[in-house]
Design a binder for this molecule. Structure first.
Ligand code: ATR
Length: 274
């Protein structure tokens, strides 16, 4: 009976258990299970070390453990290594990814599906697109790595400018202080602005009325807070992709890694929005 889980701290808010459990059922994997495990940072490595013996085939890893997940994986993918964080672990010998990832050989393999999940959510390749990424945390690293890798021209804005500069020196992209909102084909918010009730148009270098038709606006974060940002973008004629769609896409890539099966995206969408 293979077990799967999402490990976080806190993790109670996660939509992954509902989404992945629905997907496992739809795939007929009735003996598989997916649960939420809350683990404090100090206990993370020890807990993950016990999981293979406890019957876990793999796990998703979320805030604040993504860097630690990479650090303890013996077999990180190139993406996870270059991004500096992993959100997907595979225990004991499974192969990672249809795109030629490493074989865990009994160790712990790690992948970052946040990057591929963002690309999968886009309606077309961002090749040559002018992209603005807001933020410089772990989600920003995955977004920038993904977009630079696909040939987008990526600008990065962050409240703390030095973090954006350091990140661009590492991953590519150009740190900007005052982005011209209307000039971007793609705007990706990776900041937690709004989750605590802040007004995104106070905290971010964006005007509610400054979006333009044809733009694509993505929020990598899910929660009540993204409604204001995406609502304004949609009202201005932009196409919007919310954080739950990104969650679905990254989860689908993780599920494919663990099971080798094609994930039921619509089932996952319905369950995630439950
Ligand atoms: P994650 O790894 O999930 O991306 P993180 O590392 O905590 O999370 O990063 C959070 C991001 O949201 C950062 O870019 C942070 O900006 P700073 O680097 O200046 O801290 C950004 N952020 C959080 N609250 C913000 C606010 N009120 N205004 C603007 N940016 C904010």
């Amino acid at each position: 009976m293979p077990r799967l889980a999402v490990i976080g701290f806190p993790v109670a808010h996660s939509r992954s258990p509902a989404m992945q459990s629905a997907a496992l059922a739809a795939l007929g994997l009735d003996d598989w299970s997916y649960e939420a495990i809350e683990v404090a940072p100090a206990d993370f490595a020890a807990r993950v070390g016990e999981m293979a013996a406890a019957g876990f085939a793999g796990a998703n890893v979320t805030i604040p453990h993504k860097e630690a997940a990479l650090a303890l994986a013996g077999v990180p993918s190139d993406a996870a290594r270059e991004i500096g964080a992993a959100n997907t672990l595979v225990f004991g010998g499974a192969e990672i990814g249809p795109d030629g990832g490493p074989d865990a050989e009994g160790g712990i393999a790690a992948e970052n599906t946040d990057a591929g999940g963002l690309l999968a959510a886009l309606p077309s390749t961002p090749l040559d697109a002018r992209a603005l990424v807001l933020g410089a945390g772990g989600a920003a690293r995955a977004a920038i790595w993904a977009l630079v890798g696909e040939g987008a021209r990526v600008d990065v804005w962050n409240r703390t400018a030095a973090r954006a500069e350091a990140l661009c020196a590492d991953l590519g992209g150009k740190a900007v202080a005052a982005p011209a909102q209307a000039e971007y084909d793609l705007i990706v918010n990776t900041t937690s602005v709004g989750l605590g009730g802040e007004d995104p148009f106070e905290e971010l270098p964006l005007d509610a009325a400054g979006f333009v038709p044809g733009q694509l606006v993505v929020d990598m974060v899910y929660g009540e807070g993204s409604a204001a940002l995406l609502g304004a973008a949609g009202a201005a004629g932009a196409t919007v992709i919310d954080g739950l769609e990104i969650l679905v896409q990254q989860g689908a890539l993780s599920l494919r890694i663990w099971t080798g099966l094609e994930p039921p995206l619509d089932v996952m969408r319905t369950a995630a929005r439950g």
